[in-house]
Design a protein around this ligand. Structure first.
Ligand code: NG1
Ligand code: MG
Length: 494
């Protein structure tokens, strides 16, 4: 499946479904009109890519483990044409997202310290050229591009607005430069993941993969190295309700103390496990993911979640590891292990007495990886739908507990919202995406969804409306049931 070419779709209905088509059409029309007014001509082509909600499997994609997201209908659309001698990146919502210009040199550096929305476009631009170079495909000479973007995925909400803009921009750029024909979905999933790291977050590949490979009606088990996606049919009568905690997670801006710190902690945990399992320091220092040490754990402790949990508790000590302890065991400075890895070096530069909580992070990653396959197996099983729902709910609850307790990526607002969701009748509820703010996802019986949404409005959102944090009229964008939607596509409008 990963080797299918990117579809070029002419009909909006094919993507947005009958219900969404009218609204989508008017959005594309507004984008086209604003584009023509600004640049004097119509776009040559459009591309769109959706956000996603992760049902289970949090903070494990960068450790090499499979995750289970679905694409949502909210997306980013990009209109583009060749022209001028710069990259002019404008947004339909110009007041909120001011226009930014870049030169056309694909090798230009991206300023991580100056985070702007258009950095995501530039990361896509660099990514397209880097991909062509890595495949030995002759790159076209850089030309000026005129671009206009419109997104409906809420920012900083764990629904991957970032992947939506990086993936749609990449497709648009590749198409207008005439190289889209040589790309497969797998190529785009992989190079957009690498490209997004230019923005300064050392993310895994889940968001880009599901944004590119999502399919209507099914969630996907996304696995890595190489990236691939398998359909997961969700049980009949189930609905997933997304709710925004309204705490904004500024992931790129806080990366050194949150997201990128966790990525560093996981690798340190993997190296410490390798040392404890008897690997010589040089070999241990070369380990990069927790997945890589799993075979050695199984050799000694046997397979299964319990054995893995026992192993981690025996091999890693409680509490905090400081850099000196890790360096002593690896017999080399961390700066040498991370040479050339700018984001990890930034993390090491700011680490304080809170150090690294390696045992907790490893316990989360291994148990969460197991829950992903558990979730898939429940969906595939021939149990009664009602039993499936309650088992999936328990897995989601356990995932949230692990994210909050062991991985410390929740926050007061997310915990309160998860609590309110369970009180309102969710069969399971958890944070989704990186956490530290953003959204939760709740499993609800389809028939109960309206009642559930009304109860959550009352319990969680009414006070926020009263405080002026959110407007009543915008609640539909904060709290909604979502069906699995289709992945990225190039579009020519009729
Ligand atoms: P969000 O913050 O939801 O976009 C991030 C990472 C994912 C994954 C999740 C946690 C990016 C682009 N994505 O998602 O790869 O690690 O956190 O599971 O940073
Ligand atoms: Mg993101």
């Amino acid at each position: 499946m990963a080797s299918l070419p990117i579809p070029e779709v002419e009909e909006i209905e094919a993507i947005y479904g009958l219900e969404g088509a009218v609204e989508a059409t008017s959005r594309y029309q507004r984008l086209a009109a604003a584009f023509k007014e600004k640049y004097g001509q119509a776009p040559e082509i459009y591309a769109r890519a959706p956000g996603r909600v992760n049902l289970i499997g949090e903070h494990i994609d960068y450790e090499g483990y499979g995750v289970l997201p679905m694409a949502i209908r909210q997306d980013t659309i990009v209109a583009i044409r060749r022209g001028g001698d710069k990259l002019v990146v404008a947004n339909l919502e110009a007041e909120q997202y001011p226009e930014i210009e870049f030169g056309t040199d694909p090798a230009q550096a991206l300023d991580v310290a100056k985070h702007t929305w258009a950095n995501y476009f530039l990361s896509a631009y660099k990514g397209v050229f880097e991909h062509l170079q890595s495949k030995g495909i002759a790159a076209p000479s850089p030309v000026g591009l005129q671009v206009m973007v419109h997104g409906t995925v809420p920012l900083g909400s764990g629904l991957s607005s970032s992947a939506a803009i990086v993936c749609s921009s990449s497709l648009a750029i590749a198409a207008v430069l005439g190289v889209a024909g040589s790309l497969t979905k797998g190529d785009v999933s992989e190079f957009t993941c690498t490209a997004e790291r230019h923005v300064g977050v050392t993310s895994g590949g889940m968001d880009q993969a599901i944004s590119v490979m999502g399919m209507p009606g099914v969630a996907m088990l996304v696995e890595f190295n190489p990236v691939r996606a398998t359909d997961v049919q969700l049980p009949a009568g189930s609905t997933f309700v997304i709710a925004n905690s309204m705490a904004v997670s500024k992931k790129a801006e806080t990366a050194d103390r949150r997201y990128n710190l966790r990525v560093v902690e996981c690798r340190l945990a993997a190296m410490m496990l390798a040392v404890a399992l008897g690997k010589p320091p040089g070999e241990a220092a070369a380990v990069t993911t927790l997945k890589q040490v799993e075979p050695a754990i199984i050799d000694k402790y046997g397979p299964g979640a319990e054995a893995q949990d026992k192993a981690v508790r025996e091999l890693l000590h409680e509490g905090v590891y400081m850099p000196e302890e890790v360096e002593g065991l690896l017999q080399r400075p961390l700066a040498s292990i991370y040479e050339g890895n700018a984001s990890a070096l930034r993390v090491l530069g700011v680490v304080g007495p809170e150090g690294f909580r390696l045992r907790d992070r490893a316990l989360h990653v291994y148990s969460e990886a197991g829950r992903v396959y558990g979730f898939r197996d429940v969906c595939k099983s021939d149990a009664a739908a009602e039993d499936k729902l309650s088992q999936l709910g328990s897995l989601m609850d356990a995932s949230h507990a692990s994210c909050a307790g062991l991985y410390e990526c929740s926050c007061a607002e997310l915990d309160a919202l998860v609590g309110a969701a369970r009180a309102a009748g969710a069969l399971g509820a958890r944070l989704t995406g990186a956490g530290w703010g953003g959204c939760t996802v709740s499993l609800v019986r389809e028939a109960d969804a309206p009642k559930f949404i009304a109860a959550l409005r009352e319990q969680y959102y009414a006070p926020l409306v009263a405080q002026g944090v959110v407007k009543e009229k915008d609640l539909g964008e904060c709290l909604f049931a979502s069906k699995p939607s289709s992945g990225a596509a190039l579009m020519k409008l009729k």
